[in-house]
Design a protein around this ligand. Structure first.
Ligand code: GUN
Length: 291
């Protein structure tokens, strides 16, 4: 039985953060200030709090300024929009990220739409989304761009390969499909209504799983030698006697590894790439806005 090689996203992300730190070190004396990233967190969601803390630490470690804005759960739409306006106008802020999901009473799309496209380091505004669809340069969502970097590092030229993206979210599935199309892949977007999903996935040279269903993708769904990118981060229920359940992806890693050519682990695959690309987008935005 063959065993897939492991795609080490943690190591790749570390290298990328090193490059960002070099660019940030050049930016500071030229601009007379550090490049800056503002992160907005509304409410007390524990997973979001962990992400935001980690973003802040890594931003500072790369030599950039981190501005954290924590707002209470009952924040109104008007107050949140006023904060986005203030950050849009702030010359020390190069990138703005509003942590999603927002509490239910807030209109997420309206908040994201308010972010200045030049500071949209999450790549989620209609301008960024439209530019990606048109194949124009712009800021691209972090998780799909990080996944593409891992794919290109592993495979080189992706032209002509069959890629199947499982999941059609705004944050991952749709932009991932656009990026792969931009690399001349033949792209299929599969989702919850797709008929005979295993059969569709078996055609793929590249599988990107982004559905949020723990260990859904099995070995017999995978074409032998295919490259598998697992975007899912799911916590299983705790086993007897332990406090926390295991973190697993959308792919059954142990099973799929017996068939795939290369595969990202969870944790340590795509996860670390997301923040590294966010920092990369911030320094790119800072240089563009300063020019
Ligand atoms: N929540 C989970 N992932 C993300 C992300 O990439 N961007 C934002 N804004 N919120 C998230």
């Amino acid at each position: 039985m063959t065993q897939a090689s492991i795609i080490d996203g943690k190591a790749f992300a570390e290298g990328l953060r090193g490059k960002v730190a070099e660019l940030a070190a050049k930016f500071e004396p030229a601009a007379g200030r550090k490049a800056g990233l503002a992160v907005v967190l509304v409410g007390e969601d524990p997973a979001s709090q962990v992400y935001v803390r980690s973003k802040g630490k890594q931003t500072v470690a790369c030599g950039m300024a981190s501005f954290e804005h924590k707002l209470p759960e009952d924040t109104t739409q008007d107050v949140l929009l006023a904060l986005v306006d203030q950050l849009n106008a702030d010359p020390l802020v190069d990138g703005i990220l509003v942590q999603l999901p927002l509490p239910k009473h807030l209109d997420e799309q309206a908040v994201v739409d308010r972010i200045s496209p030049s500071k949209d380091v999450d790549g989620l505004t209609p301008i960024s989304t439209g530019r990606l669809a048109l194949g124009l340069p712009g800021l691209v969502p972090c998780t799909p761009l990080g996944s593409l970097m891992l794919l290109k590092d592993r495979l080189g030229n992706l032209s002509g390969l069959n890629a199947v993206v499982i999941g059609r979210s705004i944050l991952v599935g749709k932009p991932m499909a656009q990026l792969l199309l931009g690399e001349n892949c033949t792209v299929t977007i599969a989702h919850s209504r797709t008929q005979d999903l295993p059969e569709v996935v078996r055609r793929a040279d590249i599988v990107v799983a982004a559905v949020g269903r723990p260990e859904m993708v099995k070995a017999d769904w995978i074409k032998p030698g295919a490259t598998v990118i697992d975007v899912g981060i799911n916590r299983l229920p705790p086993a007897e006697g332990s406090e926390k359940g295991r973190l697993v992806g959308d792919v059954d890693f142990a099973d799929a590894s017996t068939v795939a050519g290369a595969i990202t682990p969870v944790p340590g695959g795509v996860g670390p790439m997301t923040i590294a690309v966010l920092l990369r987008n911030t320094i790119v935005a800072a240089h563009r806005n300063a020019d």
